[in-house]
Ligand binder design. Structure first.
Ligand SMILES: Cc1cc2nc3c(=O)[nH]c(=O)nc-3n(C[C@H](O)[C@H](O)[C@H](O)COP(=O)(O)OP(=O)(O)OC[C@H]3O[C@@H](n4cnc5c(N)ncnc54)[C@H](O)[C@@H]3O)c2cc1C
Length: 354
């Protein structure tokens, strides 16, 4: 039996782990070969590649990411328990890791999985782009990657966000930059894939969009250029420039940056535990739907959303404030400003998981 995994970022890694766990609990009759095709880096993949500079940071805190399943047989490091990112990297749960540090954790997990594959199971990494997946008349699948053609019985595609052809507008911007010497256009993508070092100190950079990549860009253009953020008055950060930064002119359709990430409880034990949107309540709602309509299917707007609102309002009383309601933003689009001047943002209470 042979299986192709195409794409070995976090998702492909999780598929690999589940396959190995299953093959260990139910040993196969013959040998099993798992071909792991990845074009950038096994485990870390494209987004979390380990060769990127340290400035781009994950927007998920260390406590929120762990690659291993709770029942994983990967026990590397501490006897019984697979490493979470917090354990592995020695981070505080609320710290936001650099993308490359998370990538190192993922790459180490891939190596561990390969080394600990059960008896009779072989993981064969191939660092190449898969360009073709075709089914032969015999029913077998053929995977083409570089000069290699590999026959397999099954294939799993876990290729993540696709790289898209430029839209007409993006192509127009690119062509405009090409016609004007000294101007460059970087299309949407990862900061790690942009030639940011070509931007001279003092150069003028227009940034479209204030999302994830914008933050990576700002960190690269400030910390990455030798600048520093130091504590300023009132808990605010003050930027100390190095003089090597370009000038950024940034905007988006709303003109507003993403909402800041929440403060994460110091212990991953102190997680929010729902009291209104509980599994029991959803089971009851499904039972009622079966009795009334003959199907357990619930209507999100009618059945679920009001519970989410009540749950959120109970935890964060400030959410009821029209100026700061996140739920209202989801429904009506973002507000024209985040909060009323002088008003603290709503704070949420976490209940300790029992
Ligand atoms: C710019 C950006 C920033 C992000 N930041 C965050 C963040 O901070 N926090 C967070 O939690 N999530 C973030 N994400 C979401 C991210 O997609 C997930 O965290 C996670 O990486 C998804 O895992 P994946 O395996 O599905 O996809 P990916 O991580 O994209 O992995 C897919 C892999 O498939 C490989 N591949 C694709 N096509 C082929 C092919 N033909 N042949 C061989 N290999 C191929 C790619 O090289 C890639 O490594 C971000 C996504 C993007 C695009």
């Amino acid at each position: 039996m042979s299986i192709a995994l195409i794409g070995l970022g976090p998702r492909g890694l999780s598929v690999l782990e589940r396959l190995l766990i299953r093959l260990r609990s139910t040993p196969p009759d013959g040998t099993v070969t798992i071909w792991a095709f990845e074009r950038v880096e096994h485990g870390a993949g494209r987004i979390w590649r380990t060769g990127q500079p340290p400035w781009p940071a994950a927007n998920t805190s260390a406590s929120e990411v762990a690659i291993h399943s709770p029942d994983s047989f990967l026990t590397v490091g501490d006897g019984d328990r697979p490493h979470s990112l917090v354990d592995w990297a020695g981070l505080e749960p609320g710290q936001y890791p650099s993308r490359r540090l998370y990538g190192r954790y993922l790459a180490a997990a891939f190596d561990d999985l390969c080394a600990r594959a059960p008896h009779g199971v072989h993981v064969r990494p191939v660092l190449a782009e898969v360009t073709k997946l075709a089914r032969a008349a015999t029913g077998r699948l053929w995977v083409t990657a570089g000069s290699r053609e590999v026959p397999v019985d099954k294939a799993v595609i876990a290729t993540g966000h696709p790289r898209l052809e430029p839209t007409r507008e993006e192509a127009h911007l690119g062509a405009h930059a090409a016609r004007h010497p000294g101007t460059r256009y970087f299309g949407p993508g990862l900061a790690a894939e942009m030639a940011l070092e070509d931007i001279p100190p003092g150069g003028l950079v227009a940034v479209r969009g204030l999302g994830l990549t914008f933050y990576d860009l700002v960190r690269s253009m400030t910390l990455g250029r030798g600048g520093r953020f130091v504590d300023g008055p009132g808990g605010a950060l003050r930027y100390v420039p190095s003089g090597l930064e370009p000038r950024l002119v940034a905007g988006s359709r709303t003109g507003l940056p993403f909402l800041a990430r929440p403060a994460v409880p110091p212990s991953s034990e102190a997680l929010l535990r729902p009291t209104i949107l509980t599994e029991e309540r959803l089971h009851r709602a499904r039972d009622a739907a079966v009795a009334e309509r003959g199907t357990p299917q619930l209507d999100f707007a009618a059945d679920i959303e009001p519970l989410i609102e009540r749950e959120a309002s109970a935890r964060c009383p400030g959410l009821a404030d029209p100026a700061s309601s996140v739920l209202r933003q989801i429904r009506n689009g973002p507000p024209t400003r985040w909060s009323r001047p002088g008003r603290p943002a709503p704070s949420c209470t976490a209940t300790r998981r029992r």
